[in-house]
Ligand binder design. Structure first.
Ligand SMILES: Nc1ncnc2c1ncn2[C@@H]1O[C@H](COP(=O)(O)OP(=O)(O)O)[C@@H](O)[C@H]1O
Ligand SMILES: [Mg+2]
Length: 520
């Protein structure tokens, strides 16, 4: 039950067509019932008026015929008079046939004080009970006028509306007698019943028709709109060649044409941007390549000068040392740039093998020992007993670890650096933690931006290029891994690398916490 309700509610919200058809049908039903009601009412009152007029005319006629008969009558005794009354009733007033359309009641008037009392007569199933006291009073009040009233009578167990017309005849010797003509409206009721059911059927058909028309019309409008929605979805999913079919010259064709125009201009702009960035990438990569050849020459020359710096004057010797240092930086920068342009070109390939990360970390720590000694930091590795194995590209993971460790030592202010390794259900995590300068709020997201440095002036002493972490992030992403940073000013920083154990898997969590206060 609830399922059905929610299904209908969902359909209602999603389908414009359903809403339009339903509201149109409801409105149609409302208008049709209103119109039908008014028409029914008018026909009923017209029929009733006709009936009343006919009844008044007929009873006037019959009354005067009966009066005439009495006027010509010579009867004087009660028996003769009763005989005459019965004859008048059957010959003039009562209708022949088993199903009469009128019933006649003759009743002694209220004010009649004659000694001769005639029997009250009825022509059929209805008697004086069917005549309301008000009508009788009205007839008594003005005997020379005809009185009409609409009432209800019960005939054969059925209650029917009826017209009752009352008037007075003067019976010789016996005084005034009321004559009531009762006309039950059987025929009219049957006719109205027929008209009513025809109206209901016509109303239902009309409402269904209106609904069908609304359905066809909205379908014509909704279909292209739905199609436009689908095409827009596919466009935003990157299928830039999707277009809407255009047919005809109407508003919907205009919609399709403008939509396609929009898609065209979007596509050409995206192409243009793609072209531009391809040109930029090529430029960076070309320049880096072109610089390599002269750089090897310079390298040889600088090495030569550097080796014989003892032979120069002290100032020149110092310059030779600086020159060698800057050249190292330049070579690092160049190789980082080449690496970045390889990522940008999508040319970076993953070369996975099962690797025990504890070995990789040991190698990196060993290589960074001279730097750590110079800075006065001790590096401690907290690794589990069992192998921390994962399917990774060892060259890339080594580069990430080297970047993180060198950063930690360089920004660690000579304080201890810790490396934690943990194996989870389907992931391996490494956290490199230092207790140095740390990161200001918001910097944790910036550190992975190309060429971003918290303190550009420090670059001279640390020798970094500002590309290390952005390359590391690309390396981690290539593994479907995460590289995240946490830091607090003056407290230290934590960098967490999480890698899926099986190459290509998606990560759902990390076995190690990113910040020291948090659960993994
Ligand atoms: N362990 C850390 N502690 C504090 N800041 C750091 C740390 N690691 C990186 N950073 C900040 O992030 C910046 C970018 O790092 P990176 O991409 O490795 O470039 P580089 O080391 O060449 O400056 C650094 O200049 C530094 O400001
Ligand atoms: Mg660095």
């Amino acid at each position: 039950m609830r399922g059905t309700v929610s299904y209908v509610a969902r359909r209602w919200r999603q389908s414009l067509q359903l809403r339009v058809v339903t509201t149109t049908m409801l409105l149609g039903l409302f208008v049709v019932s209103l119109l039908g009601g008014v028409l029914h009412e008018q026909i009923a009152s017209g029929l009733e008026n006709d009936r009343v007029n006919a009844a008044e005319y007929e009873s006037l006629n019959l009354t005067s015929q009966a009066q005439n008969r009495w006027d010509n009558s010579t009867s004087t005794s009660v028996d003769d008079l009763d005989q005459a009354a019965q004859e008048i009733m059957s010959r003039i007033l009562a209708e022949p046939g088993p199903q009469p359309s009128r019933y006649v009641v003759m009743n002694r008037s209220e004010g009649n004080d004659s000694d001769i009392v005639l029997a009250n007569l009825t022509s059929g199933a209805l008697d004086i009970e069917s005549v309301s006291p008000e009508l009788r009073a009205a007839v008594a009040a003005s005997p020379d006028r005809q009185q009409t009233q609409m009432t209800e009578v019960t005939l054969g167990g059925e209650t029917l509306p009826a017209v009752v017309v009352g008037s007075v005849v003067e019976v010789p010797n016996a005084g005034a007698y009321d004559l009531y003509f009762i006309y039950p409206m059987e025929q009219e009721v049957a006719t109205m019943g027929l008209i009513g059911s025809s109206f209901v059927i016509a109303g239902i058909i009309l409402t269904l028709l209106v609904g069908a028309v609304a359905w066809v019309v909205t379908r014509q409008v909704v279909k292209p709109v739905r199609r436009a929605g689908e095409v827009a979805q596919r466009l935003s999913a990157g299928k830039l060649n999707e277009r809407m079919p255009t047919r005809g010259e109407d508003d919907l064709a205009l919609l399709a044409t403008s939509f396609n125009g929009m898609a065209d201009s979007l596509q050409s702009q995206i192409r243009q941007l793609e072209g531009l960035s391809a040109v930029q990438q090529r430029f960076v990569s070309d320049v880096s390549h072109e610089l390599r050849t002269p750089l090897t020459t310079i390298r040889m020359a600088v090495d030569l000068i550097h080796e014989s710096r003892e032979d120069f004057e002290p100032t020149v010797g110092r310059s030779a040392e600086l020159l060698a240092g800057e050249l190292d930086r330049f070579e690092d920068l160049l190789s980082d740039l080449l690496e970045i342009s390889r990522f940008d070109a999508g040319a970076a390939a993953l070369d996975v093998d099962p690797v025990d990360l504890r070995g990789t970390i040991a190698k990196v720590v060993e290589a960074a020992r001279p730097l750590a000694e110079r800075r006065g930091s001790t590096v401690t590795v907290h690794a589990p007993e069992e192998p921390a194995e994962a399917e990774v590209d060892e060259r890339r993971v080594e580069r990430i670890m080297r970047n993180l460790l060198v950063n930690a030592i360089e920004h660690g202010e000579g304080r201890p650096v810790d490396i934690y390794v943990e194996v989870g259900d389907d992931a391996v995590a490494v956290v490199v933690e230092d207790h140095g300068v740390g990161l200001r709020p918001g910097e944790a997201a910036n550190v992975f931006t190309r060429f971003w440095r918290a303190d550009p002036a420090r670059a001279r002493t640390t020798g970094g290029t500002g590309l290390g972490l952005s390359i590391s992030l690309e390396d981690a992403r290539l593994h479907n891994g995460w590289l995240q940073a946490w830091g607090e000013r003056g407290v230290g920083s934590r960098f967490r690398l999480t890698l899926p154990q099986r190459a290509g898997d998606t990560l759902h969590g990390s076995p190690l916490p990113l910040s020291p206060s948090e659960d993994p």
